[in-house]
Design a protein around this ligand. Structure first.
Ligand SMILES: [Zn+2]
Length: 415
């Protein structure tokens, strides 16, 4: 945790600034605080592995006691919920290995860790829409500089897409320490991480960010009114160049197997009324992305159209440049490395390889059925072309597969 992150933090309860308790245990590398205690007017919060824990869950109290006792190793185990000695040893040894992959760490975290579909995240339809909207909107409001935050960001898949847009680096905030830890190590290396509760006031200063996103989580938040006003406060920079995006939030007017506590479109609009919100249907945004763009945020879909959508995207901004058509430009150079999408199996076929789409489960196939709109059931590619993977840049034939998401840009040491 660097000083520029500490300067943005505020206690979620008293609103006070947080300062490092220098009289207690502190473990630092240069200016970076890895483990220590932060204090405000009312509370003491632990910093574990560079991640400030700004909630009061029982795990945070245990971690704080371990830091007080000078045992950051036990504090990390407490935050990861690794009570059993064997599991803790397995995690510690995987974490210490420079060659460990995201998958190794997820497996070391045990079967209770919901990492099952992470492998396929970069080509699922929810991600494609959120990623394109984030690139378009953050790219507009952060063009002159400024910081971004991904709230309830899980293990940082969207944070990753903000790495080159946000200066200083984006903040990944989530309730679960294990996810923020994975995000910082693998998915969005270089981002800052904070553990906090989306149902409480968010632990940041007013105007700390020009761009704030929350995707695939808003329907699970009970205190939606508080959350909306907090997202608006976080981006209250004092000028128009700011935006809030809520990606993939379920529509109460449509049935959903994992609905959470969704609202109808007009209720979502009311919650963000202070920052000129517009709502878009996820399926219509996906259709624009599949056809290669542009991503058109200039319109305002009619209420009847939104009512039929399973999930919605909310874009709230005082910047008129946000509400325009945005070109979609796939990166020519991989942020991590281009690889075959793990949803495909490859089998030899003469000089070619036949790639076949295989879903990990029926549940996945049902939940992400829309991916059949762009992932071909079968495709054939020259063996020599495929042998070039993993790669940072793509030949013409592989570039065509990347546009269909058969080849994807994955973080290094992902699987
Ligand atoms: Zn406080």
């Amino acid at each position: 945790m660097r000083a520029d992150l500490l300067a943005l933090l505020r206690c979620p309860f008293c609103g006070g600034r947080l300062g490092l308790v220098e009289s207690g245990f502190v473990n630092r590398t240069g200016d970076d605080v890895l483990d220590g205690i932060l204090g405000c007017h009312c509370c003491a919060f632990p910093v574990v592995d560079g991640i400030p824990i700004l909630h009061l869950e029982p795990s945070a109290a245990d971690a704080r006691a371990h830091i007080d006792a000078g045992r950051p190793d036990l504090a990390r185990r407490a935050m990861l919920g690794l009570a059993e000695h064997g599991a803790a040893e397995r995690f510690d040894s995987a974490a210490a290995s420079p060659s460990a992959t995201y998958r190794d760490i997820v497996e070391a975290l045990g079967p209770h860790f919901e990492g099952g579909y992470f492998l396929y995240r970069f080509s699922d339809p929810t991600y494609l829409v959120s990623q394109a909207v984030v690139r378009a909107v953050a790219g507009t409001v952060l063009a002159g500089g400024g910081r971004a935050i991904d709230v309830c960001g899980g293990s940082g898949h969207l944070t990753r897409t903000l790495l080159d847009l946000s200066a200083p680096p984006p903040v990944l905030a989530d309730l679960y320490f294990s996810k923020v830890w994975l995000g910082r190590r693998f998915t969005a290396p270089g981002c800052d991480g904070v553990c906090c509760d989306g149902n409480a006031p968010l632990p940041f200063a007013r105007g700390a960010f020009r761009f704030a996103v929350c995707s695939d989580a808003y329907h699970y938040i009970w205190t939606k009114r508080l959350f909306a006003s907090e997202m608006i406060r976080l981006t209250d920079t004092g000028d128009a160049r700011r935006a809030v995006v809520i990606g993939h939030t379920h529509n109460a007017n449509q049935w959903n197997p994992s609905a959470g506590m969704p609202l109808p479109p007009e209720a979502y609009r009311d919650l963000f009324a202070d920052l000129s919100p517009r709502l878009f249907g996820e399926s219509s945004l996906l259709a624009q992305i599949i056809s290669g763009g542009p991503l058109d945020l200039s319109g305002s879909p009619a209420a009847g159209t939104l009512d039929r959508e399973l999930a919605l995207t909310i874009v709230a901004s005082a910047d008129p440049a946000v509400f325009a058509p945005h070109q979609l430009t796939p990166p020519a150079v991989a942020r991590g490395e281009f690889r075959l999408n793990p949803l495909y199996t490859a089998a030899p076929e003469g000089e070619n390889m036949r790639l076949t789409l295989r879903f990990p489960s029926e549940d996945y196939e049902q939940e992400y059925a829309a991916c059949r709109q762009y992932l071909p059931a079968e495709v054939s590619v020259a063996r020599t072309a495929l042998a070039a993977l993993p790669a940072r840049t793509l030949s013409t034939s592989l570039d065509a597969l990347a546009r269909q998401h058969v080849v994807v840009d994955l973080p290094k040491r992902y699987c």
